[in-house]
Design a protein around this ligand. Structure first.
Ligand SMILES: *Cc1c(COP(=O)(O)O)cnc(C)c1O
Length: 389
């Protein structure tokens, strides 16, 4: 993590020096901005991207957040949205048209896949491929417009070689899009490896307090301006000034939170490595061989979202294990201060999971900020319950 990034996270954005030295960005809770005269109105109304006209377009509090996120991602521009899915939908709707094809790499966030299933009715198709050159080259079609990936992904934490993928995509004139939510811009800056667009769910680490929903996309000015005019303005997935303020507040402690999430997760991983029931730990810190080299080359640190598999676990085993917890809360989402647990197994889906290369005994932990002694103590309750079954 770079100190200059920490400074960006904490910096006050006051483009015109009008906030009286306020260290917290003011919340501009207004739907519209009145203009001083009719000539100005006719001018700014034509250029909503560059002016404060209406908060479905540009709002100063949201704008401050966009400037910070763009700087952190080393992007020319950023646009924020009401949710991560808002950002993903607007980006896809802008980039794709009838007859286009999308190639997914690594496991992809469920609703993102569902979006592409939905776009089938508009003539857009997709396939899954593996993030290796020969497979991608085999699966690229003449109409492939977008290569979309997650690295690390958020279930099995798979990693892809960003430089190799962006190089290959450029040769085929394909736009590359990454969901960078796992790493945050502090630990991975995909644009530096040639990826075109970076997406975030601000709901996770960047917000960090489980009290808001938000999303963002960052990239070159031309593409983000297009996303603004098309996918953003027309779907109206607007981040509220209030939520933008909360994200800015979250951002100011992001560096210290990320350090602590990893400190705690490191201890939890060391503990899990000693439990005989644990078959595998899914986290980029555990990568070996070629993958380890990729991780070292493109990541500057690790977050606290990890999975592990319990050997030969049935639904009842997983149920017993998770229900023994008192600290880890059972719930979706991740990246907040609180520790969370979730598992994909249901009473009758073990075969389906295996067919998707997901171990039925998979447990996903979002390691919060409580402290590793407490977290390990809770995991111990789970393993004891399992052993006493
Ligand atoms: C949560 C999540 C999203 C969606 O973000 P929302 O803010 O919930 O809409 C997208 N990608 C990943 C990897 C996520 O975990």
């Amino acid at each position: 993590m770079e100190d200059s990034d920490s400074m960006i996270c904490m910096q006050t954005i006051d483009e015109n020096g009008q906030y009286h030295g306020a260290v917290a960005t003011p919340i501009f809770q207004t739907s519209l901005f009145a203009q001083p005269d009719f000539e100005t109105f006719t001018k700014v109304h034509q250029k909503e991207r560059e002016n404060f006209v209406y908060s479905r377009g540009v709002n100063p509090t949201v704008r401050a957040l966009e400037i910070k996120l763009a700087t952190l991602e080393r992007a020319e521009e950023c646009k924020c949205f009401a949710s991560g899915m808002g950002a993903i939908s607007a980006t896809m709707l802008t980039l794709l048209q009838q007859g286009d094809h999308v190639l997914f790499l690594n496991t992809i966030y469920g609703p993102t896949r569902q979006l592409l299933d939905f776009l089938h009715r508009y003539g857009v198709s997709y396939d899954h491929s593996n993030p290796v050159k020969s497979d991608i080259e085999r699966d690229i079609k003449p109409n492939t417009k977008v290569i979309y990936l997650e690295s690390p992904s958020t279930n099995l934490m798979d990693v892809a070689d960003l430089k190799a993928i962006s190089t290959l995509a450029k040769q085929h004139n394909i736009v590359t899009v990454i969901d960078n939510t796992w790493s945050t811009p502090l630990f991975q800056k995909p644009l530096e490896f040639g990826i075109d667009l970076v997406l975030h769910s601000l709901t996770k680490y960047i917000g960090g307090h489980s009290d808001l929903i938000g999303g963002a996309v960052a990239g070159n000015r031309k593409t983000i301006d297009r996303i603004f005019e098309e996918g953003f303005l027309l779907t109206g997935s607007v981040l509220s000034p209030n939520d933008a303020f909360l994200v800015l507040r979250g951002l100011s402690t992001l560096p210290v939170r990320m350090k602590q999430h990893w400190e705690n997760a490191k201890d939890v991983i060391a503990y899990l490595l000693h439990q005989p029931e644990v078959e595998h730990i899914f986290h980029p810190s555990q990568a070996t061989g070629e993958t380890k080299k990729i991780v070292q080359n493109q990541m500057k640190g690790f977050s606290g979202l990890l999975s592990f598999s319990i050997r030969d676990a049935s639904f009842e085993d997983v149920r017993t294990f998770i229900n023994a917890f008192t600290l880890f809360k059972i719930g979706v989402s991740w990246g907040g201060y609180e520790s969370l647990v979730i598992a994909p197994i249901r009473e009758n889906n073990a075969e389906k999971l295996r067919s998707e290369n997901i171990p039925p005994g998979l447990i996903r932990l979002s390691i919060g900020l409580e402290g590793s002694a407490l977290q390990i103590n809770d995991l111990n309750k789970g393993f004891n319950a399992l052993r006493n079954r």
